[in-house]
Design a protein around this ligand. Structure first.
Ligand SMILES: [Zn+2]
Length: 291
């Protein structure tokens, strides 16, 4: 999308986003982006990108946020925006934030939103932005499954999986080490870097090892809150029955059999062994009439 981040179009995108967004958390995100598009912070964005591209990882949270917001906007653009049901959004945030508090980076602000899309998918962007499609929510049978699905995405953020892709994407974006200092002051180069990361995140997927880690840790985080870890195994098995054990379906993730095996291994390693709540009725009540 050439020119998407040019100033007038960037501002339009931000205004469009704020019209779509129903919850206060995402409103804040839209405002951030609007401010970036039109305000002084644009300079900081480019400076931040320059630092990132100079390879000075670990990057600061502010820099991570700039990248996360840019990727979140790409997710929203591709997946038909936010599904604007305030009660539903509040519920997803309640469950997601409870899980995030038990994860490895509990202090960052996590925002959870439902995408107005019938495909079965979920995404995480750096700095705490988590998206789950309406289509995926329709497949979920209890709150423990929801907690583990959100836990998987939280892990991508807490373990900085996407940020690791960013480093490698410098090459994909054609940014040579020699050109870094000039690139840091060039929004076009920042955009090409974000596009490269989005392609990896949305089209190609993270390393399979990172996906399996997200399954294992996501369940462990949800179990710490008190959810039944076996629920996620049931969820994956149901999707495998529904879709077949086909990597083409979840082309960005390993096949279901590998994920189920990894999850079961993770559950066996939980210490102490955990049982927990499923909360099927609560999920049913909260989702009734919402999807
Ligand atoms: Zn994943």
């Amino acid at each position: 999308m050439p020119g998407k981040w040019s100033r007038p179009l960037g501002l339009l995108a931000a205004l469009g986003l704020s019209a779509l967004v129903g919850c206060a958390a995402l409103q804040g995100m839209a405002e951030d982006v609007a401010y970036q598009a039109g305000g002084e912070r644009a300079a900081g964005v480019v400076r931040g990108a320059g630092t990132v591209m100079s390879g000075l990882l670990p990057i600061s949270y502010d820099e991570e946020k700039v990248i996360g917001e840019a990727l979140a906007l790409q997710v929203l653009a591709r997946y038909n925006g936010v599904y604007d049901k305030p009660q539903l959004t509040r519920y997803i945030n309640l469950v997601g934030r409870a899980v995030a508090l038990t994860a490895d980076r509990p202090t960052i602000a996590y925002h959870f939103a439902v995408l107005n899309h019938d495909s079965i998918n979920a995404f995480a962007a750096p700095a705490g932005y988590v998206f789950i499609t309406k289509g995926l929510l329709k497949q979920i049978r209890n709150e423990a499954e929801l907690a583990a699905v959100l836990g998987h995405e939280i892990t991508h953020i807490s373990e900085k999986h996407v940020l690791a892709v960013l480093q490698r994407s410098k090459q994909l974006a054609g940014i040579s080490e020699a050109g870094l200092s000039a690139a840091g002051h060039n929004p076009v180069v920042f955009k090409s870097l974000i596009d490269a990361v989005a392609k990896k995140l949305l089209d190609e997927g993270l390393d399979q090892g990172k996906e399996l880690e997200a399954d294992r840790l996501g369940v462990a985080f949800a179990a710490r809150v008190g959810y039944d870890p076996q629920a996620y195994v049931g969820f994956l098995q149901r999707l495998r029955t529904l879709k077949g054990d086909d990597q083409a379906f979840f082309k960005t993730h390993p096949n279901f059999s590998s994920r189920i095996a990894e999850t079961q291994q993770g559950i066996r390693a939980l210490s102490p062994p955990r049982q927990g709540a499923l909360l099927a009725d609560r999920l049913t009540q909260r989702l009734r009439g919402q999807l």
